[in-house]
Design a protein around this ligand. Structure first.
Ligand code: V47
Ligand code: SF4
Length: 371
């Protein structure tokens, strides 16, 4: 449906005229308007609005990249209830712990040397004893093996812990990481930026204010980043909208976020397994609402590894313009939570998924320059 055809709903849907105008003029939507998108408007209306925004921003282009994820350890000093991946630092390898050495990671990188990768994404558990020096040395070693590669490394939660451990500021940690070769930050650890929700699902780890401050400081140092939103657990729709508004307000100040990434909660093997996963229709609506609420972050990413290939493909018609990358079977965060086993896609497969939905695949680097 075209946006002009939405006129036929004007009589029956509250505020539709105002929402259409806001979307056309790129005016930030209010929380109340966001609630209408979640609760009152038919999915096809929300889809049409999101698709209009997507088209205005990117035409028919859909982006992907060639990347791998390195998860150095799943030992973690925290124990987020939604996390299937972490193990207590005291656990043994029989209980599923891994704790790579530099040499283990170098071996993984060597085995991917011929794949024309442009990005290595590094994140994992918050290790109890590795210090800042270990994390900076890791980045240096990555760049030695893959010169010129973009290193997107360490979530704000990992960075907050480094600062606490060293007794230095977030800025000092970021400067050390930047000096070692960190090029951008991944968006993880944001979950839902609300203290009540965090207390319920991620007690003890960096509060929302630290997550926001670390990204703000990074942007001031010209380190760009992403922002995630973990949804479909104990949060309400208001929490999601407030989360999006927090992110969009920071973006207004810094313009440092590249992509917004809604992450669907997966319920296998964790302390929230009793919560049912969201339905595909909810996921698609959530992408469309994200596209409309976070109007000032250019890219909306559907991380296919977590979402599944089919839903990720459908999401392209609900505001999404980026599918992330080839991944190459080096991540376990999602397979341990019930998603795709051994995730990996070739460039051919990614292109085909995009073309089958009548979009134009564009390989990108980590800051969205076409390659
Ligand atoms: O912060 C953990 C999420 C995140 C589960 O920046 C879960 O390009 C669903 O942030 N169900 C880490 N989600 C991964 C991440 C990411 C992934 C891909 C690309 C980028 C990027 C960032 O994974 C965590 C948490 O929100 N997570 N457990 C789970 N059971
Ligand atoms: Fe640790 Fe991150 Fe899992 Fe929380 S989400 S338990 S911080 S690995």
């Amino acid at each position: 449906m075209k946006i002009e055809e939405l006129k036929k709903y004007n009589e029956q849907l509250p505020e539709l005229h105002t929402v259409i105008e806001a979307v056309q003029k790129s005016r930030p939507l209010t929380l109340e308007e966001g609630m209408l998108l979640y609760k009152n408007y038919p999915l096809e209306v929300v889809q049409t609005l999101a698709d209009y925004r997507r088209e205005r921003l990117h035409g028919k282009k859909v982006f992907y990249n060639r990347n791998i994820h390195i998860e150095p350890t799943n030992k973690c000093v925290y124990a987020c209830k939604f996390c299937s991946f972490y193990r207590s630092p005291k656990s043994s390898s029989e209980e599923g712990v891994w704790d790579y050495t530099f040499e283990d990671i170098e071996e993984i990188l060597e085995s991917h040397k011929t794949q024309n990768l442009t990005e290595v994404h590094i994140t994992g558990g918050v290790h109890p004893t590795h210090e800042l020096d270990w994390w900076t040395e890791l980045v240096r070693r990555v760049k030695k093996i893959l010169p010129g590669i973009h290193v997107k490394a360490y979530t704000a939660v990992e960075i907050a812990f480094m600062a606490k451990q060293e007794g230095i500021s977030f800025k000092q940690v970021l400067l050390e990481l930047q000096k070692a070769g960190v090029d951008s930050l991944p968006g993880g650890g944001a979950e839902i930026l609300n203290s009540e929700v965090r207390k319920k699902i991620a007690g003890g780890k960096a509060p929302s204010s630290h997550w926001l401050e670390i990204h703000k400081t990074a942007h001031e140092l010209r380190i760009q980043s992403n922002a995630t939103m973990l949804y479909g657990h104990v949060e309400t729709l208001e929490h999601r909208l407030e989360h999006m508004i927090e992110i969009r307000e920071l973006q207004e100040q810094t313009d440092g976020f590249n992509a917004f990434i809604p992450l669907k909660y997966r319920n296998v093997n964790n302390a929230l397994s009793h919560i049912k996963e969201t339905q595909e229709e909810d996921d698609l609506r959530n992408f469309a609402v994200s596209r409309l609420m976070v109007q000032n972050i250019k890219h909306l990413k559907a991380y296919w590894v977590m979402l599944g290939i089919e839903t990720a493909q459908k999401s392209l018609s609900y505001g999404v313009d980026d599918l992330d990358g080839t991944i190459s079977d080096t991540t376990k965060i999602y397979s341990m939570a019930g998603s795709i086993d051994h995730p990996a896609m070739t460039v051919m497969q990614l292109k085909q998924i995009i073309e089958n939905q009548d979009f134009i695949p564009v390989e990108r680097d980590s800051i969205y320059n076409p390659i």
